[in-house]
Write a protein that binds this ligand. Structure first.
Ligand code: F6P
Length: 343
């Protein structure tokens, strides 16, 4: 058995822990593993290397991905899928393990439809892949956001300011909601709930009247703001047709509006790619390890077309096509309402 492994889409913490687990379990079964570089691009361009015990030695705590990643969409490359099929044949790869979010996993599904055996592993700090409670990278990103909120509280307090913290989250507000709840945000803005800056301002006034002269607002970069009209700018669209959300500047727009309406001094902090950097949390290391091992077991037993998943503290597997239909997985509105209790 020869497995090809790749990481696609945005990087996050825990990818190396998953790669290590796949390689270790594969070697245990006497399977060969080829590490494909830079996601689907490496498969199209036939860039891969055989992995050994020493290729994964010491990588468990490392952030990023030793394989590299890209947002390559084979559908956007001339004969992209045909090239992938040729390389898989030429390299005698029996099964693929792509680690990624909905875009990478969507490509995996297309390959499965072309009879290329594969088992997927869900990762994305956005945590919005369906049928899994957690994706690799989410817990580490939320820890960084929580730590940032703790730090921003002291400076906001000292200067009696409003601080807007912009976090990642394209279609869903998992990072904003969990980070905001854990870090005691005074308002949380997520893509699932229409934003009303006027309502936020009224709340800030209410807080001031209660003697709370500083506030922290956390906003997911994908939050829907009527005022934000994106320019039709091709550079801002990725290969999967997604707008580059960092260009929307929602944090700055919200900050300006709040300062204008309330007159309270306001600052904006954009956490950006800091959220995806550094060493994975304990939770992500263990999750990635367990999901990686499960993926190899599924391959051993010919269970192709599956995605490994984490449900209720159990590692399990689900049908990839079904999981993608349930993506993006939205946050629970009950949890959002629970967070509102602390505003
Ligand atoms: O794919 C997840 C994500 O973290 C989104 O929340 C964010 O918009 C995007 O990646 C940004 O990624 P990059 O700047 O690396 O393309």
């Amino acid at each position: 058995m020869r497995i090809g492994i790749l990481t696609g889409g945005g990087d996050c913490q825990g990818l190396n822990a998953a790669i290590r687990a796949v390689v270790r379990k594969s070697l245990d079964y006497n399977f060969e593993v080829y590490g494909i570089q830079r996601g689907w691009l490496g498969l199209i361009e036939d860039q891969m290397e055989k992995m050994t015990l020493s290729s994964v030695s010491g990588i468990l705590p490392l952030g990023g991905t030793i394989l590299g990643t890209s947002r390559t969409n084979p559908a956007k490359i001339e004969n992209g899928y045909e090239k992938i099929e040729e390389v898989i044949k030429k390299r005698n790869i029996d099964a693929l393990i792509p680690i990624g979010g909905d875009d990478t996993l969507g490509v995996c599904l297309k390959l499965l439809e072309k009879n290329i055996p594969a088992v997927a592993i869900p990762k994305t700090m956005d945590n919005d892949v369906g049928f899994t409670d957690y994706c690799i990278g989410f817990d580490s990103a939320v820890s960084i956001v929580t730590d940032a909120l703790d730090k921003l509280h002291t400076t906001a307090h000292s200067h009696h300011r409003v601080i807007i913290v912009e976090v990642m989250g394209r279609d869903t507000g998992w990072v904003a909601l969990y980070g905001g709840l854990a870090g005691g945000a005074d308002w949380i803005m997520i893509p699932e709930v229409p934003a009303d800056v006027q309502e936020v301002c009224e709340h800030l006034n209410r807080r001031r009247s209660l003697g709370k002269d500083f506030s922290i607002i956390i906003a997911a970069e994908g939050v829907a703001l009527q005022e934000v009209i994106l320019e039709d700018d091709c550079d801002s669209i990725d290969a999967f047709g997604h707008v580059r959300l960092d260009r929307r500047n929602v944090g700055q727009i919200i900050g300006k509006q709040i300062e204008k309406i309330t007159g309270y001094e306001t600052r904006v902090t954009i956490l950006g790619h800091l959220q995806r950097g550094g060493s994975p949390s304990v939770f992500d290391r263990i999750l990635a390890t367990r999901l990686g091992i499960e993926a190899v077991k599924l391959i051993k037993y010919g269970q192709y077309g599956k995605m490994t998943a984490f449900q209720g503290n159990q590692i399990t597997s689900v049908n990839l096509a079904e999981a993608l239909k349930a993506s993006p997985k939205k946050v629970s509105i009950e949890l959002y309402q629970l967070a509102q209790m602390f505003y």
